[in-house]
Design a protein around this ligand. Structure first.
Ligand code: SF4
Length: 357
């Protein structure tokens, strides 16, 4: 499918994921190394917080796939133990401690769910297209909730699990471009209304929710198209041949404290000068209380809409039923959720965000 693009020349439909678009926003050099350089530069060692997040996501996805009568708290703990990923931890002792913590998170979360609910999707890949982009991604869970409008078929709700230590707010849910794109894609795929997006932050036991309007969803889609346009132009210039000294014009580095978490820091002089290397287990939450707050660029840990480096990535939305699922101990008066982790959240935690709609 050809579309008119730059300088009046035909432009191909740009296929992408929200993660790819976020990578461009975060750091064009990192984007280039992740998506264009072939063979790709060797990444740094795996991150323990990614193992942690993927293990939790996988356990929750597997739990929803159990027959309803087997969806118990004990089953969730067992799934977590059996699927525990060990990459990135300092040693067996740390891995065991973190596994126990992850098990508790999963147990506490599942205890608040109704096993009788049936998500419309779990780690479900959805996609949508416009005249300019074809965007796809994987949703942790897609719920069907009773619609306030009285629609008996219910409305879809995008649920995104978060396991990182980075505190989230409702603004994270509101400004998350990936969540908005998932909502649009889910609505089109299942032909149902989908306006609500939720971040379920397991460590804080909080659900951060945002109810989009069609206008706010459309704004996020336009924004994705704009970013994809920049990516497409940069990709074309790369494929057209760029000398080494021109590469940084098109793919400039964006160095900062977050570079300590970048998989490609070892190939990036600016990144090495900007931040000390982090140890693979430094992103674990054990040492830092959530209340302490973390600066931008701190790892959140979790999931991606693309194949995760550590293991099958988590990711999709879910279920339905009549009543809204009892989420993570919904704290009175707390919204929230997440995404917009600034630049370079370590692989595994989707950032999701961008300009507010
Ligand atoms: S180290 Fe920093 S500047 Fe370098 S590629 Fe990674 S995020 Fe970009």
């Amino acid at each position: 499918m050809e579309q008119l693009g730059f300088e009046g020349m035909p432009r191909r439909l740009y296929a992408c994921t929200p993660t790819r678009l976020s990578a461009w926003l975060d750091c064009p050099r990192r984007y280039r190394m992740s998506y264009l350089d072939r063979p790709p530069p060797q990444k740094g060692p795996p991150w323990a917080h990614n193992s942690f997040g993927a293990s939790v996501h996988n356990a929750l996805a597997a739990w929803w796939r159990l027959p309803r009568r087997e969806r118990s708290v004990a089953a969730a703990a067992d799934l977590l133990d059996r699927g525990w990923l060990t990459d990135g931890f300092a040693d067996a002792v740390q891995s065991a401690q973190q596994r126990a913590r992850a098990r508790q998170l999963v147990q506490d979360y599942v205890a608040g769910l109704d096993p009788a609910d049936e998500p419309a999707g779990v780690e479900r890949t959805v996609g949508t297209r416009t005249k300019l982009i074809a965007v796809s991604g994987r949703i942790d869970r897609l719920d069907v909730r009773r619609a306030e409008s009285g629609d008996d078929s219910g409305e879809l709700v995008v649920v995104d699990y978060k396991t990182g230590r980075y505190p989230l707010t409702v603004d994270d849910a509101r400004t998350s471009m990936p969540l908005a794109l998932y909502a649009l894609a889910a609505a089109r795929a299942l032909r149902r209304t989908c306006r609500r997006v939720e971040l379920h932050h397991l460590p804080a036991r909080r659900v951060l929710a945002w109810e989009h309007t069609q206008d706010s969803l459309d704004r996020q889609l336009r924004r994705a198209e704009d970013i994809a346009g920049e990516c497409a132009e940069a990709d074309e210039r790369y494929r057209g041949g760029l000398s080494a000294d021109r590469r940084d014009e098109v793919f400039p580095p964006r160095p900062g404290s977050w570079c300590g978490w970048c998989d490609y820091r070892g190939h990036c002089p600016e990144g090495m000068a900007a931040a000390e290397a982090r140890r693979p287990w430094d992103g674990l939450a054990s040492a830092v209380p959530l209340e302490a707050g973390l600066g931008p660029g701190e790892p959140a840990s979790g999931e991606s809409d693309e194949p995760a480096p550590v293991v099958p990535p988590p990711g999709e939305p879910a279920p339905g039923g009549a009543a809204p699922p009892a989420p993570v101990v919904p704290p009175p008066g707390e919204p929230a959720a997440g995404g917009a982790a600034p630049v370079a959240l370590p692989p595994g935690e989707s950032a999701a965000g961008g300009a507010a709609p």
